[in-house]
Write a protein that binds this ligand. Sequence first.
Ligand code: UGA
Length: 433
Amino acid sequence: MNIAIIGSGYVGLVTGSCFAELGNKVICTDNNRKKIESLKQGIVPIYEPGLEELIRNNVKRKRLKFSPSIKEAVRDSEVIFITVGTPSLENGEADLTGIENVTRNIAVYMNTYRLIVEKSTVPVETGNWIKRTIQTYIKKKISFDVASNPEFLREGQAINDFMHPDRIVIGVESKRAKEILINLYKPLNAPLLITDIKSAELIKHASNAFLATKISFINALSRICDKTGADVKEVAMGMGLDRRIGRAFLDAGIGYGGSCFPKDVDAFIKICEKLGYDFGLLKEVKKINQQQIEFMLRKIKDALWIIKDKTIGILGLSFKPNTDDIRNAPSLEIIKALQAEGAKVKVYDPQALPKARAVLSNVKFCLNPYILARDSDCLLVVTEWDEFKELDFLRLKKLLKRPLIIDGRNIYEPKLMQKLGFTYIGIGRKPYG
Ligand code: UGA
């Protein structure tokens, strides 16, 4: 099929290159000309395992191309995916300006039947708005369909998530749209759920909000564990063995971050409010998430007493491992709070240092965990990168001013750390050391 991807960000690039890999002819476009020029030269603006290679291979096979012209993309493609960003407005609502702009352009440039698919995360009823906007701006009488096909990929494993999804959700209103999308996804051989457009839109917001709820639930439990001496990992394991609950997304830590959960929880609260429902549960989920950072900061203070002039080594900056994305990363808030108290901050991250350099100041950027540890008063694990699990702890111990590890992601075993001679503080773990 001939496919246009409008918006070459995270979702757009992964979706476009994966559809090309499945044998389709794909044009990716974006209103950021610079980005398109870089992509044409093979420079991929984000770090996602496997993406650069996938793009390179499909460009070489002429199945994937980049163009700054939305007109060209719309004229050449029967199926148009909208994958532009839907950032948060000041009040938490989703900003749909990008979606509206793109929709108007599609209406102006389409010259024969088009299937317009919203893939960006949008509030329920956006599909209706897209339909009305196209009807308003279209020049001739041309038939078209709108569909919702929310994306569930996770950063860091996006290609695998695209190629092997738990489910594909397709919200449609016509047989034609349904058949096109079924055919497009056929090679993936994945469970397919066909719904109406509004239900598909809701499935996306509901899924992210539910996952965020799971995380805040276990984070709230981590507080109880800390107070009682119970171990949150064992509690999560015990709960997770119940198949109705499941172990996934029950890892306590310093809270969820990234470009999706914080934004989507906010947007979902707002759209529910607009529809006349106060989703108090989600407001609490958000509150617990914010408090989790304060909880971590309290632990640092309890361990170091005075923060001023202490050197703190931050292990990990990205909001989660296997990505260089630092949008809404808890690390940024923690660093800001520590600096406000007068701490000297050193940071290390396997991928996010270049992006962090652009936003952090008065911070010492270190090239490896050992340079980070040298003369630090404590190490703070903020992101659970695999390489942090296999450090030379005896070497670290010698480099640190005092052997103190505060583990915001519970990646180490308290008993083992104690054996190695560290004072170890986790989140909701049994205290040792
Ligand atoms: C999330 C969803 O998992 C995807 O299904 C969805 O497509 C995507 O948002 C989106 O809407 O685009 P992502 O933000 O890439 O994906 O990352 P996750 O792996 O879900 O992690 C989100 C945050 O939750 C991270 O900060 C992570 O550290 C945190 N988390 C996750 C926990 O604190 N505990 C857990 O048990 C799991």
